[in-house]
Design a binder for this molecule. Structure first.
Ligand SMILES: N[C@@H](CCC(=O)N[C@@H](CS)C(=O)NCC(=O)O)C(=O)O
Length: 227
């Protein structure tokens, strides 16, 4: 087994893969790319992922990209501890909640974060939001966060009794949102969300639960530690 992970600091999608590798205690060779220098678009990277995005995982010559596919591959290849549930029913709920998050919540979180933190990407769909759009996005996120709050107030993890792929998918996005909302220009938006421990106490405990997992500290974006 020789796993290579191509990733970028502060990239929530890369963070998912790092969390899965840490949880499964899989040794790997990390290749940190600098997105601002377009390293993800080098010929070597484009040969592995023609979309020129990270994360990309290579395992003994097999290449997989798109973060949820990376998590799924790792789980099929290295099944213990499982991150896609123990039963077909649990697996379906994990996948369903991943789909729901990606369809209904994540685009709004990313819009807010891109606007407040800036983005290296010039793509149309990645333009900053207007002030009104920002406020609307925050309403949606606050509402969706309530449903996650309900889930983690019943169990320790978002689905069922184990830490799973859905926790790994949502956690980095919430951390990025927290970071974006601490910007001075976000003061009027932040009140509905921060401090998270006051607005969403179960979500706050869930974040701390993940932060205390073995190996977690190695997954934290290095660019955040010095900023
Ligand atoms: N849907 C992809 C998204 C990956 C993605 O957008 N990665 C960003 C960094 S967080 C990227 O590589 N951007 C580089 C670019 O757009 O040139 C996944 O889940 O892996």
């Amino acid at each position: 087994m020789a796993i290579d992970l191509y990733w970028a600091s502060g990239c929530t999608y890369s963070w998912r893969a790092l969390l899965a590798l840490a949880h499964k205690r899989l040794p790997f060779q990390g290749h940190r790319l600098q997105l601002e220098f377009q390293e993800q678009k080098s010929p070597q990277m484009l040969a592995m992922n023609p979309r020129g995005r990270v994360p990309v995982l290579k395992d003994d010559g097999y290449v997989v990209f798109e973060s949820v596919a990376v998590l799924y591959y790792l789980d099929r290849k290295y099944p213990e501890p499982s991150i896609f549930g123990r039963t077909p029913e649990e697996a379906a709920v994990i996948l369903r909640v991943i789909e729901e998050f990606q369809a209904y919540t994540e685009p709004h979180i990313m819009g807010i974060c891109r606007t407040l933190l800036g983005s290296a990407s010039p793509a149309d769909e990645e333009r900053p939001l207007s002030r009104d759009a920002l406020t609307d996005a925050m309403h949606v996120v606050a509402r969706e966060a309530r449903t996650i709050e309900m889930r983690v107030s019943r169990f320790d993890w978002i689905v069922g009794e184990d830490y799973s792929a859905i926790d790994m998918v949502i956690f980095p996005a919430i951390q990025l949102l927290r970071r974006a909302l601490t910007r001075p220009e976000a003061q009027d938006l932040a009140g509905r969300f921060l401090p998270i421990e006051a607005n969403y106490p179960a979500l706050g405990r869930w974040l701390q639960r993940i932060e205390s997992l073995p190996g977690y500290e190695h997954t934290v974006p290095p660019s955040w530690r010095i900023g």
